[in-house]
Design a protein around this ligand. Sequence first.
Ligand code: DAH
Length: 338
Amino acid sequence: MDKIAEIKTVCLQEMQNCESLSALQDLKVKYLGKTGELTGLLKSIRELPAEERPTFGAKVNELRNLLEEAFTEKTKQLKALEMQRKLQQEVVDISLTSVPTWGALHPVTLVENKISQLLTSMGFEVLAGPEIETDYYNFQALNIPADHPARDMQDTFYITDSILLRTQTSPMQARLMEQKKPPIKMICPGKVFRSDSDASHSPVFHQIEGLVVDENITLCDLKGTLEYLAANLFGKDTQVRFRPSYFPFTEPSVEVDLTCSNCGGKGCSLCKGTGWIEVLGAGMVNPVVLENCGIDSNKYTGYAFGLGVERIAMIKYGIPDIRLFYENDQRFLKQFVK
Ligand code: DAH
């Protein structure tokens, strides 16, 4: 009987000190398991005189019931405690400032948007043309017949003999002038494709085409437009210079230089000491092209220009290699997050 009382006290004490469900389970096995203390007690019944056995047996069973109830109760407590602990540990602190990496516009998109925005503010409408183009619109309508040496300037990806990936956004000039008569004032931003790849050439890059056709349009209108564009892209002191050039679809044609945004025109490594940076090709729309598209070249004149978006972005941001735009290296792209 002393032993029963002792087991009761010790077991309840140990249970009280139990801090985890697994420790409690071990304790239960220790006392109530097949080879546990209580089973041992029951076995010892054989050593008692026959008349004491029923009382002893009843006492042991009473203790078993009491302990089982106590274990159930303690299990409940520990489960509740464990849940509380978990809730505290796994709590989400919604007051913490979040640190996601936000998506942002690509530098080519930023520059394209900026140029489009400046030109639309001057009344240009924005059009998109097909990237898969016919030889006719990409070349012939623009006064570049099949054997014309100018075709060599633009290494072309052909799909068939007469279908190709456009090498320039200029075909949109012809497409529009066939559809719409002057006044015309449009830009066409988009991807163009050439079989060419090095630090300053990419097989896919972006251009923005500009076209204005109306009565009395002159090179001065072109210059004024480009001066406004240059001032807003590179700063108000930026000067625009025309150099004579040749494109089959413009006559006369010009290469357009800006004072170097890096040195302000004094001469540096970016402008190779000249103080000027070439940014785009332009000219007065060749009357042959106007006539090809059914526009009276005696009544109307026009100017056109075509610029490379990557080129402008490279100058603006001081990017030395065009391939950086397409590698999707976060360390590069992050620098343009506003
Ligand atoms: N399409 C020419 C190129 O990709 C650029 C160009 C030059 C466009 C003169 C024009 C222009 O509209 O008038 O090299």
